[in-house]
Design a protein around this ligand. Structure first.
Ligand code: 13P
Ligand code: SF4
Length: 313
């Protein structure tokens, strides 16, 4: 039954000249049929470079929107239209406009976890893997409005030593739920493990603090989801405590069967990411649903912010 569905998916993909791309948090069976798995930045790049006519985006809405902005001539589909993101919903265009009005000369840097409309009001887009680089590329005398994630923003301000950066108080409900105490408890249990922490986590500053005091023997690594994948493959460590959504652990275990992966919080699960399954994926390809389209006036402005980011790294 499952194999039959997978075969049908392969045939559909071929007949429609489609590519399936999936985020690192997707269900194992979805990752299994994907052509490419990755983080937000890698998936945006894949979408932009692909020759396929249809991109089926197994992730959340802002990611599919980014693909639609970068590939206006392609059909971009998301298998479940309810796959949103609590972080992207934590800021709207009216709020950004009034924030900008209070800081008319500031540069707006938006995390990729934002709507196309918010990106269109931004100067730069950034992801968890390049946020420090993007902020460092902005002249130090310019004020920055960073949105919408406060934990990522605080981490970037610390790493860049930026004092003129204002941070929007938004958060992702999954990562904000990973608290300083979660890291403190795990630190006592797994003293010799590598600690990999996504910068959206509520425990990011605590991880940095423990690194600075030497409490974390091998130090914490603040990484995007693809950064984590690379780290676990290349590190000589055998044990890793993972502070992010638990979906990534399946991929880590599969690619590194001789290593041990411990989720810092077993219930760090993004319900939006888990909405997509093989049945919905097949329905998506078969019936061309749900099409993700961005009005051209919004898309062209949002594209400028994304392109500026891609040109920096
Ligand atoms: P990455 O870009 O690191 O994959 O993060 C995306 C995301 O939504 C994290 O919750
Ligand atoms: Fe959004 Fe958080 Fe889910 Fe990532 S884990 S998609 S930031 S709600």
């Amino acid at each position: 039954m499952l194999e039959e569905r997978k075969n049908r998916l392969q045939q559909l993909k071929k007949s429609k000249n489609a590519i399936i791309i999936a985020h690192n948090y997707q269900l194992p069976e979805v990752q299994e049929v994907a052509d490419v798995i990755g983080d937000s930045l890698a998936l945006s790049r894949t979408a932009a470079q692909s020759d396929a006519q249809t991109i089926v985006f197994c992730g959340v809405h802002f990611m599919a929107e980014t693909a639609a902005i970068l590939c206006p001539d392609k059909q971009v589909l998301i298998p479940d239209s309810d796959a949103g993101c609590s972080l992207a919903s934590s800021v709207n265009t009216a709020e950004v406009k009034s924030w900008k009005a209070k800081h008319p000369n500031a540069i707006v840097v938006s995390y990729v976890n934002t709507s196309a409309e918010v990106k269109a009001l931004s100067d730069y887009c950034c992801t968890s893997s390049n946020a420090v680089k993007i902020v460092n590329s902005i002249p130090s005398e310019r004020e920055i409005l960073f949105l919408p994630d406060m934990f990522l923003g605080s981490y970037v301000a610390k790493m860049t030593n930026r004092k003129n950066m204002y941070i929007w108080p938004g958060e992702c409900h999954v990562h904000a739920g990973i608290k300083p105490d979660d890291i403190n408890i795990m630190l006592k249990k797994y003293r010799h493990a590598d600690f990999l922490v996504h910068p959206e986590c509520g425990c990011t500053s605590t991880a940095l603090y423990h690194t600075s005091t030497g409490e974390l023997e091998k130090s914490a690594h603040i990484l995007s989801t693809d950064g984590m994948m690379k780290h676990v493959t290349t590190s000589s460590a055998k044990q890793f405590v993972i502070a992010t959504e638990t979906g990534i652990l399946n991929r880590m275990k599969k690619q590194n069967p001789d290593k041990q992966f411990i989720p810092i919080k077993k219930d760090a699960i993004c319900r939006y990411m888990k909405l997509i399954n093989l049945e919905k994926l097949e329905n998506s390809l078969l019936n061309n649903v749900y099409q993700v389209k961005v009005p051209s006036n919004i898309a062209s402005k949002a594209k400028d912010a994304i392109t500026r980011m891609l040109s920096i790294g």
